[in-house]
Design a protein around this ligand. Structure first.
Ligand code: ADP
Ligand code: F6P
Length: 481
Protein backbone atom coordinates (compact mmCIF):
# COMPACT_ATOMS: atom_id res chain seq x y z
CA UNK A 1 0.00 0.00 0.00
CA UNK A 2 1.23 3.54 -0.80
CA UNK A 3 2.66 5.55 2.10
CA UNK A 4 0.41 8.35 3.38
CA UNK A 5 2.24 11.59 4.10
CA UNK A 6 0.12 13.74 6.40
CA UNK A 7 0.89 17.46 6.42
CA UNK A 8 -0.38 19.99 8.95
CA UNK A 9 0.89 23.09 10.69
CA UNK A 10 0.89 21.36 14.11
CA UNK A 11 2.51 18.00 14.51
CA UNK A 12 1.98 15.99 17.69
CA UNK A 13 5.54 14.69 18.03
CA UNK A 14 5.63 12.19 20.91
CA UNK A 15 7.58 13.70 23.78
CA UNK A 16 9.35 12.03 26.68
CA UNK A 17 7.22 13.93 29.21
CA UNK A 18 3.98 12.85 27.44
CA UNK A 19 3.02 16.56 27.29
CA UNK A 20 -0.48 17.37 25.99
CA UNK A 21 -1.67 20.17 23.74
CA UNK A 22 -5.31 20.90 23.18
CA UNK A 23 -6.50 20.71 19.57
CA UNK A 24 -8.87 18.51 17.57
CA UNK A 25 -6.55 18.18 14.58
CA UNK A 26 -3.76 16.62 16.62
CA UNK A 27 -6.14 14.22 18.33
CA UNK A 28 -7.66 13.05 15.02
CA UNK A 29 -4.37 12.70 13.13
CA UNK A 30 -2.59 10.98 16.01
CA UNK A 31 -5.29 8.37 16.00
CA UNK A 32 -5.18 7.98 12.18
CA UNK A 33 -1.40 7.53 12.06
CA UNK A 34 -1.37 5.17 15.02
CA UNK A 35 -3.33 2.70 12.88
CA UNK A 36 -2.02 3.48 9.40
CA UNK A 37 1.58 4.53 10.02
CA UNK A 38 3.26 6.85 7.50
CA UNK A 39 4.85 10.27 7.83
CA UNK A 40 3.62 13.46 9.55
CA UNK A 41 5.19 16.67 8.31
CA UNK A 42 4.78 20.24 9.62
CA UNK A 43 5.99 22.99 11.92
CA UNK A 44 8.11 22.07 14.94
CA UNK A 45 6.42 24.72 17.11
CA UNK A 46 9.84 26.41 17.46
CA UNK A 47 10.61 29.99 16.44
CA UNK A 48 14.35 30.51 15.85
CA UNK A 49 16.77 32.84 14.04
CA UNK A 50 17.22 31.98 10.36
CA UNK A 51 20.72 30.59 10.89
CA UNK A 52 19.39 28.07 13.41
CA UNK A 53 16.51 26.62 11.39
CA UNK A 54 16.58 22.83 11.48
CA UNK A 55 14.59 19.93 10.11
CA UNK A 56 14.20 17.11 12.63
CA UNK A 57 12.95 13.58 12.21
CA UNK A 58 11.63 11.45 15.06
CA UNK A 59 10.70 7.80 14.44
CA UNK A 60 8.12 6.39 16.83
CA UNK A 61 5.82 3.34 16.60
CA UNK A 62 5.89 3.14 12.80
CA UNK A 63 5.41 6.88 12.23
CA UNK A 64 8.07 9.35 11.02
CA UNK A 65 7.55 12.84 12.40
CA UNK A 66 9.37 15.42 10.29
CA UNK A 67 9.28 19.00 11.54
CA UNK A 68 10.77 22.32 10.50
CA UNK A 69 11.30 25.55 12.46
CA UNK A 70 10.00 29.02 11.56
CA UNK A 71 11.72 32.38 11.82
CA UNK A 72 10.07 35.07 13.95
CA UNK A 73 9.01 36.96 10.80
CA UNK A 74 7.46 33.88 9.21
CA UNK A 75 5.72 33.00 12.47
CA UNK A 76 4.26 36.51 12.74
CA UNK A 77 3.17 36.86 9.12
CA UNK A 78 2.04 33.32 8.37
CA UNK A 79 0.78 31.92 11.69
CA UNK A 80 -0.22 34.90 13.87
CA UNK A 81 -0.97 37.03 10.82
CA UNK A 82 -2.73 35.57 7.83
CA UNK A 83 -3.72 32.16 9.24
CA UNK A 84 -4.99 33.28 12.64
CA UNK A 85 -5.94 36.95 12.25
CA UNK A 86 -7.45 36.67 8.78
CA UNK A 87 -8.46 33.14 7.80
CA UNK A 88 -9.50 31.95 11.26
CA UNK A 89 -12.00 34.78 11.92
CA UNK A 90 -13.39 34.71 8.36
CA UNK A 91 -13.85 30.94 8.40
CA UNK A 92 -15.61 31.30 11.78
CA UNK A 93 -17.97 34.00 10.39
CA UNK A 94 -16.23 36.72 12.47
CA UNK A 95 -15.61 39.41 9.86
CA UNK A 96 -15.54 41.96 12.69
CA UNK A 97 -12.29 40.41 13.96
CA UNK A 98 -10.52 39.89 10.62
CA UNK A 99 -7.38 41.90 10.01
CA UNK A 100 -5.91 41.83 6.50
CA UNK A 101 -2.46 42.98 5.44
CA UNK A 102 -0.67 42.23 2.15
CA UNK A 103 2.40 41.54 4.24
CA UNK A 104 0.75 38.70 6.14
CA UNK A 105 -0.62 37.23 2.90
CA UNK A 106 2.89 37.34 1.41
CA UNK A 107 4.23 35.60 4.52
CA UNK A 108 1.51 32.94 4.27
CA UNK A 109 2.41 32.24 0.64
CA UNK A 110 6.13 32.24 1.47
CA UNK A 111 5.83 29.68 4.25
CA UNK A 112 3.63 27.46 2.07
CA UNK A 113 6.40 27.62 -0.58
CA UNK A 114 9.03 26.70 2.02
CA UNK A 115 6.96 23.79 3.33
CA UNK A 116 6.41 22.57 -0.25
CA UNK A 117 10.15 22.68 -0.99
CA UNK A 118 11.03 20.74 2.17
CA UNK A 119 8.20 18.28 1.73
CA UNK A 120 8.95 17.68 -1.95
CA UNK A 121 12.50 16.65 -1.04
CA UNK A 122 11.25 13.81 1.14
CA UNK A 123 8.42 12.46 -1.03
CA UNK A 124 8.71 9.01 -2.64
CA UNK A 125 7.24 8.28 -6.10
CA UNK A 126 4.13 6.43 -4.90
CA UNK A 127 3.29 8.59 -1.84
CA UNK A 128 -0.21 9.94 -1.21
CA UNK A 129 -0.19 13.41 0.33
CA UNK A 130 -2.98 14.43 2.74
CA UNK A 131 -2.89 18.08 3.82
CA UNK A 132 -4.84 19.52 6.77
CA UNK A 133 -6.40 22.80 7.75
CA UNK A 134 -6.47 26.46 6.82
CA UNK A 135 -2.75 27.11 7.31
CA UNK A 136 -1.94 25.16 4.16
CA UNK A 137 -4.64 25.95 1.60
CA UNK A 138 -2.14 26.70 -1.25
CA UNK A 139 0.25 23.82 -0.51
CA UNK A 140 -1.03 21.64 -3.37
CA UNK A 141 -0.44 24.41 -5.91
CA UNK A 142 3.10 24.95 -4.68
CA UNK A 143 3.77 21.18 -4.85
CA UNK A 144 2.21 20.91 -8.33
CA UNK A 145 4.43 23.80 -9.45
CA UNK A 146 7.35 21.57 -8.46
CA UNK A 147 6.05 18.79 -10.67
CA UNK A 148 4.28 16.63 -8.05
CA UNK A 149 1.51 14.75 -9.91
CA UNK A 150 0.28 12.15 -7.40
CA UNK A 151 -3.07 12.22 -5.70
CA UNK A 152 -3.37 14.91 -3.03
CA UNK A 153 -6.20 15.36 -0.58
CA UNK A 154 -7.14 18.25 1.70
CA UNK A 155 -9.26 18.27 4.84
CA UNK A 156 -10.55 21.41 6.55
CA UNK A 157 -11.04 20.96 10.30
CA UNK A 158 -12.79 24.30 10.78
CA UNK A 159 -16.06 25.62 9.31
CA UNK A 160 -16.35 26.91 5.76
CA UNK A 161 -18.68 29.93 5.56
CA UNK A 162 -21.14 30.77 2.78
CA UNK A 163 -19.80 32.80 -0.18
CA UNK A 164 -21.54 35.93 1.13
CA UNK A 165 -19.16 35.83 4.12
CA UNK A 166 -16.12 34.28 2.46
CA UNK A 167 -15.86 36.88 -0.28
CA UNK A 168 -15.03 39.51 2.35
CA UNK A 169 -11.61 37.84 2.43
CA UNK A 170 -9.37 40.07 0.31
CA UNK A 171 -7.80 38.13 -2.58
CA UNK A 172 -10.08 35.18 -1.82
CA UNK A 173 -9.67 33.81 -5.36
CA UNK A 174 -5.92 33.52 -4.96
CA UNK A 175 -6.13 31.74 -1.62
CA UNK A 176 -9.32 29.69 -1.86
CA UNK A 177 -9.21 28.72 -5.52
CA UNK A 178 -5.72 27.30 -5.06
CA UNK A 179 -7.55 24.43 -3.28
CA UNK A 180 -8.51 23.19 -6.75
CA UNK A 181 -5.03 21.69 -7.13
CA UNK A 182 -6.11 18.97 -4.70
CA UNK A 183 -7.97 15.93 -6.04
CA UNK A 184 -10.32 15.63 -3.06
CA UNK A 185 -11.36 18.35 -0.62
CA UNK A 186 -13.04 17.22 2.59
CA UNK A 187 -15.14 19.18 5.08
CA UNK A 188 -16.60 18.40 8.49
CA UNK A 189 -20.27 18.71 7.43
CA UNK A 190 -22.43 18.75 4.32
CA UNK A 191 -23.21 22.39 5.05
CA UNK A 192 -19.50 23.34 4.86
CA UNK A 193 -19.10 21.30 1.66
CA UNK A 194 -22.19 22.99 0.16
CA UNK A 195 -20.85 26.44 1.06
CA UNK A 196 -17.64 25.59 -0.78
CA UNK A 197 -19.35 24.17 -3.87
CA UNK A 198 -21.63 27.22 -3.94
CA UNK A 199 -18.51 29.41 -3.90
CA UNK A 200 -16.97 27.47 -6.80
CA UNK A 201 -20.19 27.37 -8.79
CA UNK A 202 -21.79 30.78 -8.20
CA UNK A 203 -18.84 33.01 -7.41
CA UNK A 204 -16.09 31.47 -9.56
CA UNK A 205 -18.29 29.92 -12.27
CA UNK A 206 -16.23 26.77 -12.14
CA UNK A 207 -17.61 24.13 -14.53
CA UNK A 208 -18.87 20.99 -12.84
CA UNK A 209 -19.49 17.38 -13.79
CA UNK A 210 -21.96 16.91 -10.98
CA UNK A 211 -22.78 18.98 -7.86
CA UNK A 212 -19.69 17.68 -6.06
CA UNK A 213 -17.20 17.27 -8.93
CA UNK A 214 -15.58 20.28 -10.57
CA UNK A 215 -13.34 20.67 -13.58
CA UNK A 216 -10.35 22.91 -12.90
CA UNK A 217 -8.31 23.04 -16.10
CA UNK A 218 -7.00 19.50 -16.67
CA UNK A 219 -7.89 18.45 -13.15
CA UNK A 220 -11.03 16.94 -11.65
CA UNK A 221 -11.70 18.10 -8.09
CA UNK A 222 -14.10 16.26 -5.83
CA UNK A 223 -15.73 17.67 -2.70
CA UNK A 224 -17.24 15.76 0.23
CA UNK A 225 -18.15 15.72 3.92
CA UNK A 226 -16.06 13.48 6.20
CA UNK A 227 -17.08 14.28 9.81
CA UNK A 228 -14.31 13.58 12.31
CA UNK A 229 -15.29 11.16 15.06
CA UNK A 230 -13.73 10.04 18.33
CA UNK A 231 -12.45 6.71 19.67
CA UNK A 232 -15.87 5.98 21.16
CA UNK A 233 -15.47 2.61 22.91
CA UNK A 234 -11.86 3.27 23.90
CA UNK A 235 -12.71 6.66 25.40
CA UNK A 236 -15.54 5.06 27.35
CA UNK A 237 -13.17 2.43 28.81
CA UNK A 238 -10.64 5.13 29.66
CA UNK A 239 -13.28 7.20 31.48
CA UNK A 240 -14.51 4.15 33.39
CA UNK A 241 -10.97 3.46 34.60
CA UNK A 242 -10.19 7.08 35.37
CA UNK A 243 -13.08 7.74 37.75
CA UNK A 244 -11.19 5.47 40.14
CA UNK A 245 -7.96 7.50 39.82
CA UNK A 246 -6.72 9.55 42.75
CA UNK A 247 -6.88 12.70 40.59
CA UNK A 248 -10.60 12.38 39.86
CA UNK A 249 -11.39 11.21 43.41
CA UNK A 250 -9.67 14.31 44.74
CA UNK A 251 -11.67 16.61 42.45
CA UNK A 252 -14.91 14.90 43.45
CA UNK A 253 -14.07 15.12 47.13
CA UNK A 254 -13.42 18.85 46.72
CA UNK A 255 -16.94 19.31 45.33
CA UNK A 256 -18.45 18.06 48.61
CA UNK A 257 -21.43 16.34 46.92
CA UNK A 258 -22.20 19.28 44.65
CA UNK A 259 -23.12 18.59 41.04
CA UNK A 260 -20.42 19.50 38.53
CA UNK A 261 -20.91 21.09 35.12
CA UNK A 262 -17.89 21.01 32.86
CA UNK A 263 -16.56 23.05 29.94
CA UNK A 264 -13.28 22.15 28.20
CA UNK A 265 -12.01 24.31 25.37
CA UNK A 266 -8.93 25.97 23.99
CA UNK A 267 -9.09 29.62 25.03
CA UNK A 268 -10.54 30.81 21.73
CA UNK A 269 -13.22 33.40 21.00
CA UNK A 270 -14.98 30.93 18.69
CA UNK A 271 -15.77 28.74 21.72
CA UNK A 272 -18.21 31.21 23.26
CA UNK A 273 -16.83 30.82 26.78
CA UNK A 274 -17.81 34.31 27.96
CA UNK A 275 -21.45 34.05 26.86
CA UNK A 276 -21.53 30.60 28.44
CA UNK A 277 -20.50 32.15 31.75
CA UNK A 278 -23.23 34.76 31.28
CA UNK A 279 -25.62 31.84 30.80
CA UNK A 280 -24.45 30.23 34.04
CA UNK A 281 -25.04 33.55 35.78
CA UNK A 282 -28.61 33.64 34.39
CA UNK A 283 -29.08 30.10 35.65
CA UNK A 284 -27.98 31.06 39.18
CA UNK A 285 -30.17 34.17 39.10
CA UNK A 286 -33.25 32.22 37.97
CA UNK A 287 -32.69 29.11 40.11
CA UNK A 288 -31.80 30.18 43.66
CA UNK A 289 -32.25 26.60 44.93
CA UNK A 290 -29.17 25.56 42.94
CA UNK A 291 -26.92 28.21 44.47
CA UNK A 292 -24.28 26.43 46.50
CA UNK A 293 -25.32 23.09 44.99
CA UNK A 294 -23.55 23.14 41.65
CA UNK A 295 -20.01 24.00 40.53
CA UNK A 296 -19.07 24.89 36.97
CA UNK A 297 -15.51 23.83 36.09
CA UNK A 298 -14.15 25.58 33.00
CA UNK A 299 -10.84 24.20 31.73
CA UNK A 300 -9.38 26.50 29.09
CA UNK A 301 -5.68 26.25 28.20
CA UNK A 302 -4.24 29.39 26.60
CA UNK A 303 -4.06 29.42 22.83
CA UNK A 304 -2.48 31.92 20.39
CA UNK A 305 -1.95 34.35 23.27
CA UNK A 306 0.27 36.69 21.24
CA UNK A 307 -2.72 37.67 19.12
CA UNK A 308 -4.43 40.81 20.35
CA UNK A 309 -8.00 39.48 20.04
CA UNK A 310 -7.08 36.42 22.13
CA UNK A 311 -5.42 38.52 24.81
CA UNK A 312 -8.51 40.78 24.98
CA UNK A 313 -10.81 37.77 25.30
CA UNK A 314 -8.64 36.33 28.07
CA UNK A 315 -8.94 39.58 30.03
CA UNK A 316 -12.69 39.69 29.52
CA UNK A 317 -13.08 36.12 30.74
CA UNK A 318 -11.09 36.82 33.87
CA UNK A 319 -13.44 39.74 34.60
CA UNK A 320 -16.54 37.63 33.97
CA UNK A 321 -15.39 34.86 36.32
CA UNK A 322 -14.62 37.44 38.99
CA UNK A 323 -18.04 39.08 38.55
CA UNK A 324 -20.04 35.84 38.84
CA UNK A 325 -17.97 34.49 41.72
CA UNK A 326 -18.08 37.84 43.48
CA UNK A 327 -21.85 38.13 43.10
CA UNK A 328 -22.89 34.57 43.96
CA UNK A 329 -19.93 32.96 45.73
CA UNK A 330 -19.87 32.02 49.41
CA UNK A 331 -16.98 31.49 51.79
CA UNK A 332 -17.42 27.75 51.26
CA UNK A 333 -18.49 27.73 47.56
CA UNK A 334 -16.99 29.11 44.37
CA UNK A 335 -19.56 28.95 41.53
CA UNK A 336 -17.03 28.95 38.66
CA UNK A 337 -13.67 27.19 38.84
CA UNK A 338 -11.57 28.51 36.00
CA UNK A 339 -8.33 26.74 35.05
CA UNK A 340 -5.97 27.79 32.24
CA UNK A 341 -4.07 24.56 31.76
CA UNK A 342 -4.15 21.43 29.65
CA UNK A 343 -4.91 18.04 31.19
CA UNK A 344 -4.11 14.58 29.91
CA UNK A 345 -6.79 12.84 27.86
CA UNK A 346 -7.29 10.34 30.66
CA UNK A 347 -7.77 13.07 33.28
CA UNK A 348 -10.34 14.76 31.00
CA UNK A 349 -12.13 11.45 30.42
CA UNK A 350 -12.51 10.97 34.20
CA UNK A 351 -13.72 14.54 34.71
CA UNK A 352 -16.27 14.19 31.89
CA UNK A 353 -17.71 11.07 33.48
CA UNK A 354 -17.94 12.84 36.83
CA UNK A 355 -19.93 15.80 35.45
CA UNK A 356 -23.72 16.00 35.44
CA UNK A 357 -23.66 18.17 32.32
CA UNK A 358 -21.24 19.56 29.75
CA UNK A 359 -21.52 23.05 28.34
CA UNK A 360 -20.25 22.98 24.77
CA UNK A 361 -21.45 26.24 23.32
CA UNK A 362 -19.16 27.48 20.53
CA UNK A 363 -20.45 30.40 18.51
CA UNK A 364 -19.17 28.47 15.49
CA UNK A 365 -17.08 25.30 15.34
CA UNK A 366 -15.95 22.92 12.59
CA UNK A 367 -16.82 19.82 14.62
CA UNK A 368 -16.00 20.02 18.35
CA UNK A 369 -14.54 16.79 19.60
CA UNK A 370 -15.06 17.73 23.25
CA UNK A 371 -18.83 17.29 22.74
CA UNK A 372 -18.30 13.78 21.37
CA UNK A 373 -15.74 12.84 24.02
CA UNK A 374 -18.16 13.93 26.77
CA UNK A 375 -20.88 11.63 25.43
CA UNK A 376 -18.49 8.69 25.06
CA UNK A 377 -17.16 9.11 28.60
CA UNK A 378 -20.58 8.70 30.24
CA UNK A 379 -21.89 5.84 32.34
CA UNK A 380 -24.79 4.51 30.24
CA UNK A 381 -26.76 3.67 33.43
CA UNK A 382 -26.50 7.19 34.84
CA UNK A 383 -25.34 9.51 32.06
CA UNK A 384 -24.75 13.23 32.15
CA UNK A 385 -26.39 15.64 29.71
CA UNK A 386 -24.70 17.33 26.77
CA UNK A 387 -25.73 20.96 26.21
CA UNK A 388 -24.53 21.68 22.70
CA UNK A 389 -24.48 24.70 20.42
CA UNK A 390 -26.45 24.25 17.23
CA UNK A 391 -23.52 25.99 15.50
CA UNK A 392 -21.00 23.23 16.25
CA UNK A 393 -20.43 20.70 13.44
CA UNK A 394 -21.08 18.00 16.06
CA UNK A 395 -24.73 19.12 16.28
CA UNK A 396 -25.45 17.34 12.98
CA UNK A 397 -24.80 13.96 14.61
CA UNK A 398 -25.73 14.95 18.17
CA UNK A 399 -29.40 15.73 17.61
CA UNK A 400 -30.26 14.01 20.89
CA UNK A 401 -28.26 16.56 22.89
CA UNK A 402 -29.93 19.63 24.39
CA UNK A 403 -29.30 21.87 21.38
CA UNK A 404 -29.06 25.57 22.16
CA UNK A 405 -28.45 28.90 20.51
CA UNK A 406 -25.25 30.09 22.27
CA UNK A 407 -26.08 33.73 21.58
CA UNK A 408 -29.20 33.41 23.77
CA UNK A 409 -27.66 33.19 27.22
CA UNK A 410 -31.06 33.13 28.96
CA UNK A 411 -32.05 30.06 26.95
CA UNK A 412 -28.70 28.40 27.69
CA UNK A 413 -29.30 29.18 31.38
CA UNK A 414 -32.67 27.43 31.11
CA UNK A 415 -31.00 24.46 29.39
CA UNK A 416 -28.63 24.13 32.37
CA UNK A 417 -31.64 23.90 34.69
CA UNK A 418 -33.27 21.36 32.38
CA UNK A 419 -30.10 19.25 32.27
CA UNK A 420 -29.68 19.20 36.04
CA UNK A 421 -33.29 18.14 36.64
CA UNK A 422 -33.69 15.77 33.69
CA UNK A 423 -35.27 12.42 34.69
CA UNK A 424 -32.98 9.38 34.51
CA UNK A 425 -35.05 7.73 31.77
CA UNK A 426 -34.75 10.75 29.49
CA UNK A 427 -31.01 11.02 30.13
CA UNK A 428 -30.57 7.35 29.28
CA UNK A 429 -32.64 7.69 26.12
CA UNK A 430 -30.72 10.70 24.85
CA UNK A 431 -27.35 9.21 25.75
CA UNK A 432 -28.16 5.85 24.14
CA UNK A 433 -29.05 7.57 20.88
CA UNK A 434 -25.95 9.82 20.98
CA UNK A 435 -23.57 6.96 21.75
CA UNK A 436 -25.06 4.83 18.96
CA UNK A 437 -24.59 7.59 16.38
CA UNK A 438 -21.06 8.38 17.54
CA UNK A 439 -20.03 4.70 17.57
CA UNK A 440 -21.18 4.38 13.96
CA UNK A 441 -18.81 7.21 13.00
CA UNK A 442 -15.82 6.23 15.13
CA UNK A 443 -12.58 8.04 14.32
CA UNK A 444 -11.19 4.86 12.74
CA UNK A 445 -13.63 5.26 9.82
CA UNK A 446 -12.72 8.88 9.14
CA UNK A 447 -9.22 8.45 7.72
CA UNK A 448 -10.13 5.25 5.92
CA UNK A 449 -13.15 6.88 4.26
CA UNK A 450 -11.11 9.88 3.18
CA UNK A 451 -8.09 7.94 1.85
CA UNK A 452 -10.47 5.44 0.20
CA UNK A 453 -12.30 8.25 -1.59
CA UNK A 454 -9.01 9.89 -2.58
CA UNK A 455 -7.84 6.65 -4.17
CA UNK A 456 -11.06 6.17 -6.18
CA UNK A 457 -10.59 6.43 -9.95
CA UNK A 458 -12.04 9.63 -11.41
CA UNK A 459 -14.79 9.02 -13.94
CA UNK A 460 -13.70 10.30 -17.32
CA UNK A 461 -17.12 11.37 -18.54
CA UNK A 462 -17.32 14.83 -20.16
CA UNK A 463 -18.10 17.79 -17.92
CA UNK A 464 -21.76 18.46 -17.19
CA UNK A 465 -22.86 21.60 -18.99
CA UNK A 466 -24.45 23.72 -16.29
CA UNK A 467 -24.19 26.91 -18.31
CA UNK A 468 -21.53 28.31 -16.00
CA UNK A 469 -18.47 27.57 -18.10
CA UNK A 470 -18.36 30.59 -20.38
CA UNK A 471 -15.00 30.87 -22.19
CA UNK A 472 -14.44 34.29 -20.64
CA UNK A 473 -15.02 33.07 -17.09
CA UNK A 474 -12.87 30.02 -17.77
CA UNK A 475 -9.98 32.25 -18.95
CA UNK A 476 -10.36 34.45 -15.87
CA UNK A 477 -10.47 31.45 -13.61
CA UNK A 478 -7.36 29.86 -15.13
CA UNK A 479 -5.52 33.13 -14.71
CA UNK A 480 -6.41 33.13 -11.03
CA UNK A 481 -5.63 29.48 -10.27
P1 ADP B 1 -10.31 22.60 18.63
O1 ADP B 1 -9.70 21.71 17.62
O2 ADP B 1 -10.88 23.85 18.06
O3 ADP B 1 -9.39 22.92 19.77
P2 ADP B 1 -12.03 20.34 19.47
O4 ADP B 1 -13.08 20.29 20.54
O5 ADP B 1 -12.46 19.77 18.18
O6 ADP B 1 -11.56 21.85 19.33
O7 ADP B 1 -10.77 19.51 19.93
C1 ADP B 1 -10.10 19.79 21.11
C2 ADP B 1 -9.33 18.55 21.52
O8 ADP B 1 -8.34 18.94 22.45
C3 ADP B 1 -10.20 17.52 22.21
O9 ADP B 1 -9.78 16.22 21.89
C4 ADP B 1 -10.00 17.83 23.69
O10 ADP B 1 -10.11 16.72 24.55
C5 ADP B 1 -8.60 18.37 23.71
N1 ADP B 1 -8.54 19.41 24.73
C6 ADP B 1 -9.29 20.50 24.82
N2 ADP B 1 -9.00 21.19 25.96
C7 ADP B 1 -8.05 20.49 26.57
C8 ADP B 1 -7.34 20.63 27.79
N3 ADP B 1 -7.57 21.62 28.64
N4 ADP B 1 -6.41 19.73 28.08
C9 ADP B 1 -6.17 18.72 27.23
N5 ADP B 1 -6.82 18.51 26.08
C10 ADP B 1 -7.75 19.37 25.75
O1 F6P C 1 -8.80 22.63 14.13
C1 F6P C 1 -8.52 23.75 14.83
C2 F6P C 1 -7.06 24.05 15.12
O2 F6P C 1 -6.68 25.21 14.53
C3 F6P C 1 -6.07 23.00 14.69
O3 F6P C 1 -5.50 23.29 13.46
C4 F6P C 1 -5.09 23.00 15.81
O4 F6P C 1 -4.76 21.69 16.14
C5 F6P C 1 -5.82 23.59 16.99
O5 F6P C 1 -6.91 24.27 16.48
C6 F6P C 1 -4.93 24.38 17.91
O6 F6P C 1 -4.53 25.62 17.37
P1 F6P C 1 -3.02 26.06 17.22
O7 F6P C 1 -2.37 25.05 16.34
O8 F6P C 1 -3.07 27.43 16.64
O9 F6P C 1 -2.43 26.04 18.60
Amino acid sequence: MARVVVVSNRVAVPSADGGVRAGGLEVALRSFLKRNHGTWFGWSGRVVPKSEIETRTVEHAGVSYVTVDLTRTDYQDYYNGFANRMLWPVLHYRLDLAEFTSRSLAGYMRVNEQFAAQLHALLRPDDIVWVHDYHLLPLAKTLRDRGWQNRMGFFLHVPFPPPEVLTALPKHERVILSLCHYDLIGFQTERDADNFTRYLRDECRMPSRDPKTFIAGQRTVRVGAFPVGVESARFNRLARRMVRSSFVKEVRASLADRAMIIGVDRLDYSKGIAVRMDAFEHFLADNPAWRGAVTYLQIAPRSRSEIVEYAAMERRLGETVARVNGRYGEAAWTPIRYVNRAYSRSALAGLFRSSRAALVTPLRDGMNLVAKEYVCAQDADDPGVLILSRFAGAAVECQAALLVNPFDSEAVGAAIAQALTMPLEERQGRHGELFRVLSENDIEFWGERFIGALALPVRDSPPMDDGSASPKRERERRAIV
